[in-house]
Design a protein around this ligand. Structure first.
Ligand code: ZN
Ligand code: ZN
Length: 372
């Protein structure tokens, strides 16, 4: 941000942006999660945003893949601010950003964005203040975090970001072959040596009888959620889930005012590959269940997908990074539910103390039982 792009470089594209200006003072209005309205940062004037839940459509996967799917390659883009006249270089995957000079919120007009545009989103429910409280509670509960961190973290870098996601629906039809195992028990006798005497004992031994099975299995998958941002770690995202997708509303740039927004860096087709892996791993469990018996082995199945549909959506996440002893740690908050997760530094002193405490308990128990 803040670099002045070279005017001769014709690979730079100027994006048209939308801003929301206050009708009474002309200031920048931003979406306020606590009020679920646009609020002027200067005079507190408010303006309603229209929440539309109907008409959120599922799109046909193959039609979009052939016509609109897009991979952006090192495309340089700028926005020009009408409030102060400054130009701001856009981050590679950004679709909503702030003017580097006056801080006003700019949202790329959806018709200017090549590729698949988000048609719905979940607006932020958790405000920046609430996110700050959630984070400080989280960090205070971290047993292994160094004490210095618990009192010195910096909250100023908390950013509200709309992260792009795909959701996929599909009918699946699978043909499978496997072997089903059923347990049965036989009585076996054997000779054992006990106190110098040979004795005959009988025992129950479990055996498995295997039979070949084949068949078909079908299941409908609805709204398989796939992160479309390569910047955001899937592991953390999965800990922030679930999002309540019933609260999706039709996309309107007003919801993005005051936040950052990213465009997808994992495209529609790559997203579907990840969804397919999720579905097949689920199907493997489902088919085993369907076959029944006590055990299943050598399962092999092939799946046909029909009527694949998708939605491209934006989900709200509060993100912050903090530096502790020259290392960067990230944490995130689900902007809809307030679920918190992140990486944290570990205090080696506290880990050592815990290990010593465990050893002391084990040692104490040994001492107690060996003297009984
Ligand atoms: Zn105003
Ligand atoms: Zn500006």
């Amino acid at each position: 941000m803040g670099e002045t792009p070279c005017a001769e470089n014709n690979t730079i594209k100027q994006e048209q942006t939308e801003r929301f200006l206050c009708s009474s003072c002309g200031g920048n209005m931003v979406f306020e999660p606590k009020k679920q309205k646009l609020v002027c940062l200067y005079c507190s004037n408010e303006s309603e945003v229209n929440f539309e839940k109907t008409n959120i459509i599922e799109n046909d996967f193959y039609i979009a893949e052939n016509t609109k799917n897009k991979n952006w390659e090192n495309e340089k883009r700028i926005i020009k601010c009408e409030s102060c006249g400054a130009q701001t270089l856009l981050d590679e995957n950004s679709t909503a950003q702030f003017c580097a000079f006056c801080g006003s919120s700019h949202i790329i007009k959806t018709q200017e964005v090549a590729g698949i545009v988000p048609e719905s989103l979940i607006p932020f429910v958790i405000s920046k203040d609430a996110a700050g409280v959630l984070f400080s509670n989280w960090i205070k509960k971290l047993f292994f975090a160094p004490r210095a961190l618990k009192s010195n973290y910096n909250m100023n870098k908390m950013k509200g970001v709309y992260i792009p996601f795909w959701t996929y629906d599909s009918h699946t039809f699978s043909d499978y072959t496997a072997e089903r195992g059923t347990y049965y028990y036989v009585t076996e006798t054997e000779w054992v040596e006990e106190d110098g005497e040979r004795k005959q004992v009988t025992k129950q031994v479990r055996k498995t009888s295997w039979s070949y099975v084949s068949g078909d299995y079908s299941k409908f998958y609805d709204d398989i959620l796939i992160n479309a941002s390569a910047q955001i770690n899937n592991h953390i995202i999965s800990k922030l889930e679930p999002f309540n997708l019933k609260e999706l509303v039709l996309y309107k740039p007003e919801f993005l005012s005051g936040f950052l927004a990213e465009r997808y860096s994992i495209d529609l087709k790559s997203g579907w590959k990840i969804a397919e892996e999720k579905i097949e791993s689920d199907l493997s469990g489902e088919i085993r269940q369907h076959i029944g018996g006590d055990e299943v082995r050598n399962l092999s199945f092939s799946t046909a997908y029909d009527a694949i549909k998708f939605k491209h959506i934006l989900l709200p996440i509060w993100i912050s990074a903090y530096i502790y002893k020259t290392k960067v740690y990230r944490f995130m908050i689900n902007g809809q539910t307030g679920e918190v997760d992140g990486e944290s530094p570990v205090s080696t002193v506290k880990v050592m103390l815990l290990i010593l405490a465990i050893l002391a308990v084990i040692g104490g128990a040994y001492f107690y039982f060996s003297n009984k």
